[in-house]
Design a protein around this ligand. Structure first.
Ligand code: GRF
Length: 234
């Protein structure tokens, strides 16, 4: 199947930047609110669509009178009209209900980023929740999107260490640094654009990080360097 690629955004568009820099042929960028990412898309010369949540009133599917079904339906209709059959929710912030999938179709792909190692820390505040839980590692996940929040089949993950003194902002920044190359890699894999299988950075068996030479314990296992965050397998 030929893939026509769309990207859905809600935020600052750093994932979109990475996709454009990697040369992906983005046919359209859709946003659920006016945002920097949508402005960036326009600046890149990409066709844009604003599906403004504010036009739909109450989007909570549990409350009577929710317009989330209509919103979900309308976004899918527009993507279909544009011939999009491969969509990356790259920071998009609105959960789709069943009408989206009914229109978009099972033969089309929609994937989503989540800034935590699912199934841990589902929901809207995964970075804050990871910090509050005191975990030593969190990370990012790319998974198939479904009607259930953060539940779809996992495609790829990358761990990110939580460092002493991390704030939600600093940790989120490092997670986003990990997300960008991971999303590029996953999309190349799914689109059949990878020339060679992915390779992990080399880490010597003596247990020192090849990037910054920090001693790593345990040596020889898959882990991230706590100082420079290089992830590798020994
Ligand atoms: C990513 O961390 C994504 O996982 C989360 O929103 C962030 C996207 O940031 N849902 P940006 O808008 O691409 O800068």
């Amino acid at each position: 199947m030929d893939k026509k690629f769309g990207v859905l955004v809600s935020g600052t568009g750093t994932l979109l930047d990475a996709l454009v820099a990697a040369g992906f042929p983005v046919a359209v960028v859709g946003a659920d609110r006016p945002c920097l990412a949508l402005e960036k898309a326009g600046g890149y010369g990409i066709e844009t669509r604003l599906f403004d949540r504010a036009d739909y009133g109450n989007l909570d599917p549990k409350l009577p009178g929710s317009f989330r079904d209509q919103f979900s339906h309308d976004v899918a209709v527009e993507l279909k009209a544009l011939g999009i059959n491969f969509t990356s929710m790259a920071g998009w912030g609105t959960l789709f209900t069943q009408p989206f999938f009914d229109v978009y179709g099972d033969d089309s792909i929609i994937i989503k980023n989540h800034p935590a190692l699912l199934p841990a820390f589902k929901g809207w505040h995964p970075v804050r929740d990871a910090l509050a839980a005191g975990v030593k590692f969190t990370g990012c996940t790319i998974h198939h999107a479904t009607v259930d929040m953060d539940e779809g089949r996992i495609i790829a993950q990358m761990p990110v260490p939580v460092l002493d003194g991390d704030t939600e902002e600093t940790l989120q920044g490092r997670i986003k640094e990990a997300e960008r190359p991971l999303l590029v890699q996953v999309l190349k894999d799914l689109m059949g654009l990878n020339e060679a299988p992915p390779t992990l950075p080399f880490m010597p068996r003596d247990g020192h990080c090849h990037s910054c030479d920090t001693r790593l314990v345990p040596a020889g296992s898959v882990m991230a360097c706590p100082r420079c965050t290089t992830v590798s397998g020994g």
